[in-house]
Design a protein around this ligand. Structure first.
Ligand code: DQA
Length: 148
């Protein structure tokens, strides 16, 4: 089983940007915790980050055929990234949207996600642990364990 774990614009700056909102861990540290959890669950995780919507779409198109599910923190593309949304929908794969911060308790424009309608679910405000929760839940679903 292979899960793509994708991060969008500015998430390469974690640990430097707004630490009180996004936490202290670097993206590399979060990715290695995700990979560790993947190994424990016996699934392959492929991590990818880009600041460019086109590069994110290219990665999704290249990888989708060999993947079983997608976990994505689209960064600010969450709020307006319609090409990214189309690319994700075209994969027909189960998708979980993750946000480190609670996008519903911040500026009003952050409360709208164009990705949410095509996602199986969303984790928002649980910090780096949201990626772990998403991975465990997605894998359980793919292994046909109960979703709830
Ligand atoms: C974010 C929330 C977005 O609104 C923001 O643009 C980000 C990070 C989060 O993880 O909380 O870049 O997706």
């Amino acid at each position: 089983m292979k899960i793509l774990v994708i991060n969008g614009p500015n998430l390469n700056m974690l640990s430097k940007r707004n630490r009180e909102i996004y936490g202290q861990k670097t993206l590399a540290e979060i990715n290695s915790l995700v990979e560790e959890q993947g190994e424990a669950l016996n699934v392959e995780t492929v991590t990818f980050q880009s600041n460019s919507e086109g590069a994110l779409i290219d990665f999704i198109q290249e990888q989708a055929n060999s993947a079983d599910g997608i976990i994505i923190n689209p960064g600010a593309l969450t709020h307006y990234g319609l090409s990214l949304c189309d690319a994700l929908a075209d994969t027909k794969l189960p998708i979980i949207e993750v946000h480190l911060s609670n996008i519903y308790s911040r500026e009003e424009w952050r409360a709208k996600s164009v990705i949410a309608p095509i996602a199986r679910g969303q984790v928002s405000g649980l910090g780096w642990r949201g990626y772990i929760a998403a991975l465990r839940t997605l894998v359980a679903e793919l292994k046909r364990e109960s979703w709830l």
